[in-house]
Design a protein around this ligand. Structure first.
Ligand SMILES: Cc1cc2nc3c(=O)[nH]c(=O)nc-3n(C[C@H](O)[C@H](O)[C@H](O)COP(=O)(O)O)c2cc1C
Length: 178
């Protein structure tokens, strides 16, 4: 579907962020990357890091996508440090004008918005086109029995995906006329 790529910035296997990533990939038939499987080093800026197959592969996957769903748990008021390290391997070559949708998983108690704001600021630094809709999912949004979401959060995710598809369409139509 539209070559949407989901990037899962959560770390523990079996966590809510992984559940959500699998749910979206399954429901919308889209590709995903778990950053914990991407095998990227800590970015040191050393030249040879850019030649690592894991780095080249990650950058290619992002470049090939027509839109991104970026998901992170909120960790101490931001995205995970591991996700930020992963994103730092990218440049605007992969992300300029690319539509990006944001979802934060959070612990409840009104958390999550700072993670969204953090991801929005960082994506803007790549000149990505972050769409207006965004979602925070608290622990009670998840149906753990069948690894899915309850109806209301599922509808929010559906609306987000629809808006992302709209921006992907607009982007490709404008690009084809330039
Ligand atoms: C190191 C750490 C920091 C966290 N900081 C926050 C926070 O600032 N705000 C918040 O709402 N939840 C916070 N949480 C809760 C997580 O965002 C929440 O449990 C989320 O579902 C974790 O994702 P996971 O289930 O994929 O592991 C934190 C959890 C951890 C482990």
């Amino acid at each position: 579907m539209d070559r949407i790529l989901v990037i899962n910035g959560g770390m523990p296997k079996g966590g809510r962020t992984e559940l959500l990533t699998r749910y979206i990939a399954r429901k919308y038939d889209v590709d995903y990357i778990d950053i914990s499987d991407a095998n990227l080093p800590f970015l040191t800026g050393e030249e040879e890091q850019w030649r690592l197959p894991s780095v080249i592969n990650f950058k290619e996957k992002v470049r090939f996508s027509s839109g991104i769903i970026l998901i992170s748990p909120e960790y101490h008021g931001g995205m995970t440090g591991a996700l930020k390290n992963t994103l730092d391997f990218l440049t605007s070559d992969e992300l300029e004008y690319k539509p990006v949708a944001l979802i934060a998983t959070a612990g409840g108690g009104k958390g999550g918005i700072n993670c969204l704001n953090n991801m929005r600021t960082v994506m803007r630094g790549f000149y990505a086109n972050v769409i207006p809709k965004q979602i925070v999912l608290d622990p009670e949004c998840f149906n753990y029995d069948d690894a899915s979401l309850w109806d209301e959060p599922a509808q929010l995710v559906n609306d987000l995906v629809k808006e992302l598809q709209m921006f992907i369409k607009i982007t490709s139509e404008v690009a084809s006329k330039m």
